[in-house]
Design a protein around this ligand. Structure first.
Ligand SMILES: NC(=O)c1ccc[n+]([C@@H]2O[C@H](COP(=O)([O-])OP(=O)(O)OC[C@H]3O[C@@H](n4cnc5c(N)ncnc54)[C@H](OP(=O)(O)O)[C@@H]3O)[C@@H](O)[C@H]2O)c1
Length: 313
């Protein structure tokens, strides 16, 4: 059965077609014929060796990928979510050894698999689960109230875009940074105030909100440079483990999406938002499994808007 994996860590060229064993849905599990896997920054980290120590407890090939969309072709005993064979679904995958989303066939816990948004392609649906769940978690950790102000860095990205849209659903005021070429995109996503990206981010935020913002979601990993944008006693959430030195009673949290693994309720709510048009599913381009390395190269180069998707149809 076809997958995209790596036998050793390295550059995008190490990604190759690998043959992995067929899998069967056990009790409480669902098997998906996977047609689309979105390519995320975390897949680049899984490929380049940053996580080599963690992965070394398993023999290669390692199969990356956290986002899948396809059709259910087997349902194990005791599945109670109502998902049936033939349903179009999407899921977040937490990769382990050969079990990543870059493969044709996947077995997942029933609570990780929800219906795909109506009237979307597999490719579009695959761009939703992991990044929208991450955005959901960031907002939950920031715990702001309607009318409060949220700053978002990296708003044009997959994570940042969902943060902006979910924040608007929650009634927050959003300020986000962008290059001039991304301004129209951020307006469409619903940002209320758009400032230029680059040095001086925090000062520009304070030009609009002199006391600072109530919360900040740091999708662009500005880390220390973004902290002065947050007001005393505000909240800051990081997405790559940045902790932030204690200061001005700011509440620092780390967003790790695995915390929302198997959260059928949350992913299904995100599905509904997408169906209502409140979340925008963005595909940058689609590549065949043989060209997965190209997708990694383009993502790592920066500037892609929307997700690269590997098409397993
Ligand atoms: N912890 C978790 O569970 C979790 C889950 C999901 C994502 N993440 C992390 O969240 C981050 C964002 O993910 P993503 O998928 O949204 O990535 P993405 O699609 O590549 O978006 C990142 C955005 O930030 C922009 N950016 C980069 N450097 C910048 C800077 N110095 N100033 C302003 N903007 C800048 C990028 O612009 P250019 O494209 O022009 O460079 C891009 O628009 C990644 O580091 C990812 O690993 C973590």
């Amino acid at each position: 059965m076809k997958a995209v994996g790596l036998m050793e860590h390295g550059g995008p060229e190490v990604l190759e077609i690998v043959d992995v064993d067929e899998v069967t849905a056990g009790p409480g599990q669902i098997r998906i014929r996977n047609y689309a896997a979105a390519v995320n920054p975390t897949d680049v980290v899984a490929r380049d060796g940053t996580r080599a120590k963690l992965q070394s407890q398993f023999p290669p090939p390692y199969v990356p990928g956290m986002d899948a969309a396809g059709i259910v072709d087997q349902v194990g005993d005791g599945v109670t979510t109502g998902i049936e064979v033939g349903d179009r679904v999407m899921a977040m995958v937490v990769p382990k050894a050969q079990h990543g989303a870059y493969r044709e066939q996947l077995v997942l816990n029933q609570h990780a698999v929800v219906p795909a948004p109506a009237n979307t392609t597999h490719q579009q649906a695959s761009t939703l689960p992991m990044n929208a769940l991450t955005a959901r978690l960031s907002l939950d950790l920031l715990a702001l109230s309607p009318g409060q102000v949220l700053a978002v860095t990296g708003g044009p990205g997959a994570y940042g875009g969902y943060v902006i849209e979910l924040a608007k659903i929650a009634g927050l005021i959003v300020i986000a940074d962008a290059a001039e070429t991304d301004r129209a995109l951020l307006e469409r996503l619903g940002a209320d105030v758009i400032i230029a990206r680059g040095d001086g981010f925090a000062e520009r935020v304070r030009d609009h909100f002199p006391a600072g913002v109530d919360g900040l979601a740091d999708g662009a990993l500005l880390n220390d440079k973004a902290i002065p944008a947050v007001k005393d006693g505000g909240a800051f959430t990081a997405v790559r483990g940045f902790k932030g030195d204690p200061q001005r009673e700011i509440r620092f949290t780390e967003t790790w999406v695995t915390q929302y693994n198997k959260r059928y309720d949350l992913l299904d709510e995100l599905r509904q938002h997408a169906e209502q048009g409140a979340l925008t599913l963005r595909v940058a381009d689609t590549v065949s499994p043989e060209r997965a390395g190209e997708a990694h190269r383009r993502l790592a180069a920066g500037g892609t808007r929307g997700r690269m998707v590997i098409d397993f149809s």
